[in-house]
Design a protein around this ligand. Structure first.
Ligand code: COA
Length: 349
């Protein structure tokens, strides 16, 4: 059987460092509160008017492509995961493609938030395994900083998120025992609004029990954006933090065990766990449940915050660059996030 392998990996984080103390200048929060609840010390914000989500993605993709030993022209499919796209439509995939001179090949956009990279990797894996494509570029990138509420009202969400991008190139593995062993994807839409950014959208308040929400007074049609949304400040992300926390600590271990069992392994076989960097407390809880020592779990949320679809490829690349992932190591990627969606990938490196 053909397996796919990660042939090249790269990441990019913007230069601008925003500390908890910087946020204290614009909202009522504290370094102590943020560190105690999330582990975050600082995050990066992209440069306004110069960088956007696809540009961050390009910077990570260029490194991944170079490390894979190919040129842009050899990429035959693009998968771009983000919840903070440049435009409402078209997606950031085609914008990355245009900047990288790869016009003509397919570009797919993935909207699975914190699980976006795992979903994207799984799709890329299927394309390579079936022999349809030989070089699939998978990108996770976010520019959260332009969509957050920087007043005290938004502090419960805003302090958590940061900007960044990561990318991998998937190729067929020459060794059938190495590469992506399996991927496992899940979702439960019952929790859709618990972590959401509902506008702009066609929802019209239907699921929220507000029938006329968002619709202007006209005979036909509605509007994705209305003055009502600005008036009620319904233009920012919403998170029911405790509800998210409760599910995350259950679903992370569950899907990791599912991936291990599918391949005949147990938790102690993992050489490196790369959890989506949702919150350091969640990662520590998962680590305890799996009884993994510190050196087998990579955390960088302290420096970057939660970069959603970018967090796994950034962390994976950092761990690899630091020499913590070696040939033949068993690497487990796992994510949980808005949707709710969750998933895992097991890789023999
Ligand atoms: N600074 C200071 N105080 C803050 C704050 C901030 N940034 N954000 C919220 N608070 C306040 C609240 O207003 C509340 O005050 P009150 O008691 O006077 O009403 C208090 O802190 C507790 O708020 P609560 O939301 O109950 O805090 P919490 O203990 O649940 O922690 C999270 C909040 C977001 C850190 C926590 O719920 C969490 O980590 N959830 C998971 C989030 C996550 O992982 N998201 C990504 C998913 S991929």
């Amino acid at each position: 059987m053909i397996r796919s392998k990660i042939a090249g990996i790269g990441y990019y984080v913007p230069e601008k460092v925003v500390t908890n103390y910087d946020l204290m200048k614009v909202m009522d929060t504290s370094d102590e509160w943020i560190q105690e609840r999330t582990g975050i010390v600082e995050r990066r914000y992209a440069e306004k008017h110069k960088e956007n989500t696809s540009i961050l993605g390009v910077k990570a993709a260029e490194i991944a492509i170079e490390r894979a030993g190919i040129t842009n022209k050899e990429v035959d499919f693009i998968i771009f995961a983000t919840l903070s796209p440049d435009y409402y439509f078209p997606g950031s995939g085609v914008l990355l493609q245009r900047q990288m001179g790869m016009q003509g090949i397919g570009a797919l956009d993935i909207r699975n938030q914190c699980s976006g990279f795992i979903y994207a990797l799984s799709i890329g894996d299927q394309f390579v395994k079936t022999g349809m494509y030989k070089n699939v570029l998978v990108v996770g990138a976010e520019m959260h900083s332009c969509g957050l509420d920087f007043t005290t009202r938004g502090r419960g969400v805003t302090v958590i998120f940061g900007d960044g991008a990561g990318a991998v190139v998937l190729q067929p593995s020459e060794d059938e025992n190495r590469g992506i062993l399996s991927t496992h994807l899940h979702a439960d839409g019952d929790h859709a609004e618990r972590l959401s950014y509902i506008n702009p959208g066609s929802h019209g308040g239907v699921f929220l029990g507000k029938e006329k929400f968002g619709y202007p007074d006209q005979e036909f049609g509605g509007a994705f954006f209305t003055p009502h949304m600005y008036e009620t400040e319904d233009i920012y992300p919403f998170m029911d933090g405790q509800h998210v926390f409760k599910f995350a600590v259950t679903k992370f271990p569950e899907v990791i065990h599912e991936a291990l069992e599918a391949n005949g392994y147990k938790a102690s076989d993992i050489d490196m766990l790369i959890p989506h960097q949702a919150n350091l407390r969640i990662s520590q809880f998962v680590q305890q449940r799996l009884k993994l020592p510190d050196e087998k779990v990579w955390n960088n949320i302290q420096r970057y915050g939660n970069t959603t679809a970018a967090s796994i490829p950034i962390a994976l690349c950092e761990a690899w660059k630091a020499g913590k992932i070696k040939e033949n190591d068993l690497v487990c990627l796992a994510a949980f996030g808005s949707g709710f969606t969750w998933g895992a990938a097991l890789i023999r490196w």
